[in-house]
Design a protein around this ligand. Structure first.
Ligand code: AMP
Length: 282
């Protein structure tokens, strides 16, 4: 496995690869959720490139860019054991040069970002799309793997690929959870024991909602009330229902509905997101 931190070396190495290339973009602090993407990519491609880059342009001014966990040594081991060919872990200046305020960006449309995470994280998805587009160009991958944990991100990337005719297949991968259903996240490391207990009520709300839907409850109000009850002690940012194909808000629930939650914990102020497909738990 090669560990590469600059763009020229990556371009040269990619030229020498034989066979299909799969890309797994990450911000590092790898866990079993990331590993599921990597394992799938290794199964489906002769060559897998994992990028590890805490992308500053997708963080807002008051967000956790500085304290975001950076565990490159462990991440590299995980990639090596999983059969990855290249870890691409560039420094910020290597990706963006020194004039970060004058970059050409890819900005998804307002209709896709004026809701859910895009509403509170203004500019976030511009940063995501821009870095992902760069990684698509650099890796020359035929397939790229993204988690359904970040459902709005996945939707926006799929839209970008379609709208801009990127020659790459986006492979959605299911959410990996702890045994007690907490969705794995690099940010879970911020949680103390008490907060972790509270955080469990996010996935609990989603799974109870799914049960309610399966029992025939189609009104969002009842489901929201139940979720708010369960999530007392957390600062709920949103509980929303969208059509999984269009990401339009839904009043009447149906088998295409995804329910999404974002909430912050009270002590470390950790922002957590999770979602569930009310019908099939995709
Ligand atoms: P991140 O490092 O948080 O930017 O995530 C990199 C990729 O891993 C994204 O496509 C995420 O959606 C995916 N991912 C993160 N957590 C999980 C999880 N618990 N299950 C599945 N995929 C995940």
């Amino acid at each position: 496995m090669k560990i590469i931190d600059n763009i020229n070396d990556l371009k040269n190495e990619v030229k020498s690869l034989i066979g299909p290339i799969g890309l797994v973009p990450t911000m590092g602090a790898l866990h079993d959720g990331h590993k599921s993407l990597i394992d799938r990519a290794v199964k489906e491609n002769d060559n897998v490139i994992v990028s590890i880059f805490v992308n500053p342009i997708q963080f807002g001014a008051n967000e956790d860019l500085d304290k975001y966990p950076r565990t490159l040594e462990q991440d590299v081991k995980l990639c090596q054991n999983a059969g990855v060919k290249i870890v691409f872990a560039p420094k910020v200046d290597e990706m963006y040069g020194t004039d970060k305020n004058n970059l050409t960006l890819i900005c998804p449309p307002y209709s896709a970002v004026d809701k859910l995470c895009g509403k509170s994280r203004v500019g976030h998805f511009d940063g995501v799309c821009s870095v992902v587009a760069k990684l698509f160009n650099l890796s020359k991958a035929q397939k790229a793997y993204f988690g359904q944990k970040d459902a709005q991100q996945l939707f926006i990337i799929q839209k970008m690929v379609k709208d801009l005719d990127f020659d790459i297949e986006i492979v959605p991968c299911p959410i990996v959870r702890e045994a007690d259903n907490l969705a794995l996240s690099s940010r879970n490391r911020y949680l103390n024991e008490e907060e972790r207990k509270l955080a469990l009520n996010i996935s609990k709300s989603l799974f109870e909602a799914k049960k309610m839907y399966e029992m025939g409850i189609k009104e969002t109000n009842k489901i929201i009330d139940n979720s708010l009850n369960l999530m007392q002690g957390l600062e709920v940012e949103y509980i929303e229902f969208v059509d999984k194909n269009t990401f339009e808000f839904q009043q009447n629930l149906n088998d295409n509905t995804i329910m999404l939650i974002a909430a912050k914990t009270p002590i470390s102020n950790t922002r957590l997101i999770d979602n569930i497909n009310l019908c099939t738990n995709f």
